[in-house]
Design a protein around this ligand. Structure first.
Ligand code: ZN
Length: 157
């Protein structure tokens, strides 16, 4: 606690005059350079606070940009993979279509071959029938040739 410079009485806080002797209490005024120093300290503190917040904002923005760019990368990768898969699917579908067409063509050929085969079978049966009739005619002619003359005259009628 401060004391009066004249009588030495204790001075209460903020007193301007001594209650004992009435002497004016000298207030230790802040010197201009001290004020300036305080101002500078406050300014530098404010500056460092601002720098810190700027850094935080910058790192946040950078982080956001990194996040956005990595998101973009992931998105592009996914899109290219989807496009690739779609292309593969389209390729497979077109190949399948070609195979189906080929299969249909083969099926058509097979049906034609079956028809031809049936025709050949019919023709073969006809030929067999014809051969059989020719054979029987030949046998008849042979037996006529070896038969007695009476039969031969009967044949010639
Ligand atoms: Zn005093």
């Amino acid at each position: 606690m401060a004391k009066c410079v004249k009588c030495g009485a204790e001075l209460p806080e903020g007193a301007r005059f001594c209650r004992n002797c009435g002497t004016r209490v000298e207030i230790p005024e802040l010197k201009p350079d001290l004020l300036e120093q305080k101002k500078k300290d406050i300014e530098s503190a404010a500056l460092s606070m601002r720098e810190l917040s700027d850094k935080m904002i910058a790192s946040y923005v950078t982080g956001m940009k990194d996040f956005e760019s990595s998101l973009e990368t992931v998105k592009k990768e996914a899109e290219s993979k989807i496009a690739e898969a779609e292309k593969k699917f389209a390729d497979r579908a077109s190949k399948l279509l070609v195979k189906e067409k080929e299969f249909a063509e083969l099926n058509e050929k097979y049906k034609k071959l079956q028809t031809i085969n049936q025709q050949l079978q019919t023709e073969k049966l006809d030929a067999q029938t014809e051969i059989a009739s020719l054979k029987s005619r030949l046998a008849a002619l042979e037996s006529a040739a070896t038969a007695p003359a009476a039969d031969q005259s009967g044949e010639s009628k």
